[in-house]
Ligand binder design. Structure first.
Ligand code: ZN
Ligand code: ZN
Length: 428
């Protein structure tokens, strides 16, 4: 069995892996790398494949699936939940490329083609493809996220993004016995704080901010994090709002209740947060006390309008709940207490398209409180090690990681560890 990464082996972003088995070629993920103020970056061009598999909707995994389906007549196996969420993330990818003046990575009709190319399957279902029996297992990362178990002469598990801890939104993944394990290593070399303590710290901070008369602005990714933050805060008796694409994801999640740990809890959470549906309602939400909103890294989305409203108020706070990549506004805010927004000239007279993809940036100082919390949806170093030992493989391929050497160091005495570079073909 041969594997070759088209991207995302030694980095988080634009993942794609081709697996060849007895003349059949299978693609796992085909994502995009999205970075602030840079055009979306695709992996190496995919060859013709017989079948594709998508673990979950996040754009670093799914972002080039429309391109693939537009070029090749290829079915894509995924869960109905992933397919529904991917559709809105892919549409948003075009919207963001347009608004930032970058070339579109694919066209709306390519998304339509992708939607008809998906072959939906659920956890526990098995299909025969390329001489292999493929079974789907929950990856515990976000609802609907899948690990693919491939059974042939040997058994191989492809994890995609995974978490073994049961969050409020989704139960954690269980190990699957295999000979070859192809596993993500986003958190290789890093440990999460105790989750329960971290959630309590988050709740206490929200209370402290509101009790002192401030507003808590909570920037969140639409898929997974918005819902997790709502579930954590749902018992607070404050004036709470949810804004951005997370609202649409809430609806899709509740339409697929089997993938949730508790649809009842998510319904309760949704009833506690008023939805911002129009600009007029957004003005009302600004008078609220707790606002969960996209974008998670403060590089766009409604969060900027809320931030502008509270930035000089020392009683208010921005409470970040996710990893902030280098160069993002979230990172600038955490490290330097400022964000940067495009400057469209006096009174915004010039339209973004006149300025092009690299407009002048205006620095905005943020004087309210800034805090970060770790509500990660990925297994950390020790959780990865425990999962790997539970799978008990012979060979391990570490991917989707900027620090996979740290994980390899703890594994190489007991397992055969591979860390292929993007483009390299490896026989496993
Ligand atoms: Zn993910
Ligand atoms: Zn990922």
């Amino acid at each position: 069995m041969k594997i070759r990464f088209l991207g995302g082996a030694e980095m988080v972003g634009k993942l794609g892996m081709v697996l060849e088995n007895k003349g059949a070629s299978l693609l796992f993920e085909y994502g995009l790398k999205l970075r602030p103020k840079e055009p979306p970056e695709p992996p190496i061009e995919a060859p013709h494949v017989d079948h594709a598999f998508l673990t979950h909707s996040h754009v670093d995994h799914s972002g080039m699936i429309p391109w693939l389906c537009a070029r090749y007549d290829c079915r894509v196996t995924s869960t109905p939940m992933t397919i529904a969420v991917a559709q809105i993330l892919l549409q948003d990818t075009i919207k963001v490329a347009d608004s930032e003046g970058y070339p579109r990575p694919f066209e709306p009709e390519d998304i339509r083609k992708a939607m008809t190319s998906f072959a939906p399957m659920d956890f526990g279902d098995v299909i025969d493809v390329g001489g292999l029996e493929v079974e789907l297992h929950s990856a515990g990362h976000v609802p609907g996220a899948t690990m693919f178990e491939l059974r042939g002469d040997s058994t191989t598990l492809f994890t995609g993004d995974m978490h073994t801890y049961s969050t409020r939104l989704v139960y954690g993944a269980h190990p699957v016995k295999c000979d070859n394990l192809i596993i993500e290593g986003t958190y290789a070399g890093r440990l999460h704080p105790d989750r329960q303590k971290e959630e309590n710290r988050f709740i206490q901070k929200v209370k402290e901010v509101v009790e002192r008369g401030g507003k808590a602005i909570i920037p969140c990714f639409a898929v997974g994090r918005t819902q997790e933050a709502m579930l954590i805060l749902k018992d607070l008796k404050y004036d709470m709002w949810v804004d951005g694409m997370g609202k649409t994801v809430n609806r899709i999640y509740l339409e697929h209740p089997d993938y949730l740990r508790s649809d009842k809890q998510l319904k309760q959470a949704r009833n506690k947060f008023a939805e911002v549906r129009t600009p007029a309602v957004r003005e009302r939400a600004k008078q609220g006390q707790v606002i969960i909103t996209t974008g998670g890294m403060l590089d766009g989305g409604p969060v900027l309008s809320y931030l502008d409203h509270i930035k000089d108020d020392p009683r208010s706070a921005v409470l970040m709940t996710g990893y902030q990549v280098e160069g993002s506004n979230g990172r600038k805010l955490a490290d330097g207490g400022y964000i940067e927004v495009p400057d469209y000239g006096p009174r915004g007279r010039r339209a973004p398209e006149e300025i092009g993809p690299t407009p002048m940036l205006r620095r905005i100082k943020v004087k309210c409180e800034i805090q970060q919390f770790d509500l990660s949806a990925h297994a950390d170093h020790n959780e990865l090690l425990a999962f790997i030992r539970g799978c008990d493989p012979e060979k391990i391929v570490i991917m989707h990681s900027e620090n996979r050497e740290a994980l390899a160091k703890d594994l190489q005495d007991d397992f055969k560890v591979f860390m292929p570079k993007t483009g390299e073909t490896v026989e496993i």
